[in-house]
Design a protein around this ligand. Structure first.
Ligand SMILES: C[S@@+](CC[C@H](N)C(=O)[O-])C[C@H]1O[C@@H](n2cnc3c(N)ncnc32)[C@H](O)[C@@H]1O
Length: 361
């Protein structure tokens, strides 16, 4: 069966995975590489399945050198067939990431890791394949784990305590990044997140690797813990490996939840996002709206869910747009967020947001 996505023509094989619902994310990954990578970069599509990613990155983002890898024989055969059918000449290797990483002698400039479920078990081996400035693109579809529906699983897989509240998606993506930062540090590498996306059942992070002990330590300094209060909806952060943390809310004094370690630094690179927006003409409406939301999103950790706040305050619903207007009038920065509907990111403190919510009735 032949399928077309972007400039790629793909034939599926028996038991070879292709999720058409991920095409929007593949579109954004193509656009990201178009603006963030060099054309002579060497790409590893570490979980190639049909080979659609490497093929699209070559035909649409101008990547000229790639290696495709898949543990599954049928998938490797499908990738080989599709690479040839799209008139490309990339090697396809039928090995596991683990086996490949222990025998490979090349360093890759771009690595796409898109496994089933959690990427955590592969990050250690992937780190053996990176060089200074490597772009790492990592998908996680174990969002129930990262979002805290299975707390013990998150602790076991990511060594982090999740935040099973309205903030769970942002906490989840930050837990994933901190796991990558902590693994990268073991290899004397730091990380620079350039784009973080959370949508439907997936999270995807785009990072750059920076060699050096100082970079590794600097990244670790940007991980830490979040204290979230479901009474006043306030949150505070404590950076470092073992900071002193009270489980009382810093604003209202009520008992609060502690979650982490998680990444507390920036999620996005503004320059890259600007360039992506400029080149976004060929995206469909859904991807363009998603990119616009992310580009305009304030890059500060966590947000206020207006429905959660009205519920805690026992008042009727108010429009988040009205709350945004009220905060802007007072001189605060404010934006919507990709992580939750009717929710806002702002530099205002909980008391200011509560006042803005009350005056929006
Ligand atoms: C979600 S699919 C990849 C989808 C593809 N990137 C796309 O966009 O359509 C995951 C692929 O990873 C492969 N895989 C699973 N474990 C692996 C491992 N240890 N090493 C290499 N490939 C692996 C599976 O065989 C499967 O084809």
């Amino acid at each position: 069966m032949l399928q077309t996505e972007g400039s790629a023509r793909i034939s599926l094989g028996k038991d070879v995975f292709l999720n058409p619902k991920m095409s929007q994310l593949r579109d954004l990954s193509v656009l990201f590489l178009k603006v963030a990578s060099a054309k002579d970069a060497l790409l590893l599509d570490a979980t190639s399945a049909t080979g659609i990613r490497a093929i699209r990155y070559a035909k649409e983002a101008g990547i000229r050198k790639a290696v495709l890898l898949d543990i599954n024989k049928d998938a490797a055969n499908a990738s080989r067939r599709n690479v040839k059918a799209n008139k490309l000449k990339f090697p396809v290797i039928n090995k596991s990431i683990q086996e490949f990483a222990n025998t490979a002698n090349a360093r890759y400039d771009i690595i796409d890791l898109d496994p089933f479920g959690s990427p955590a078990p592969y990050i250690h081996d992937i780190m053996k394949l990176v060089g200074d400035n490597t772009i790492l693109m990592v998908t996680a579809t174990d969002t129930a784990v990262l979002c805290g529906a299975h707390e013990a699983a998150c602790i076991k897989i990511y060594n982090s305590k999740p935040l099973h509240t309205v903030l769970c998606k942002e906490a989840g993506i930050r837990i994933l990044i901190s796991y990558i930062a902590r693994t990268a540090a073991q290899f004397n590498c730091g990380i620079e997140p350039m784009l973080g996306i959370s949508d439907m059942h997936y999270m995807r992070v785009f990072l750059r690797i920076h060699y050096g002990a100082k970079n590794a330590v600097d990244s670790l300094k940007r991980t830490g813990f979040c204290v979230y209060c479901s009474n006043c909806n306030g949150f505070s952060f404590h950076k470092g490996v073992a900071p002193t943390i009270s489980n009382r809310c810093a604003y209202c004094g009520k008992a609060a939840s502690i979650s982490g370690p998680m990444w507390l630094g920036d999620l996005h690179n503004g320059e890259i996002l600007k360039k992506m927006s400029k080149e976004s003409g060929e995206l469909n409406n859904g991807s363009r709206t998603q990119l616009k939301t992310i580009t305009n999103e304030l890059d500060t950790p966590m947000f206020y869910s207006i429905p959660s706040m009205t519920k805690s305050l026992s008042i009727g619903s108010v429009s988040h747009k009205e709350v945004m207007k009220n905060l802007e009038k007072k001189g605060f920065k404010v934006s919507i967020t990709q992580f939750e509907k009717e929710s806002i990111k702002t530099d205002a403190r909980p008391g200011d947001v509560i006042r803005a919510v009350k005056s929006s009735r």
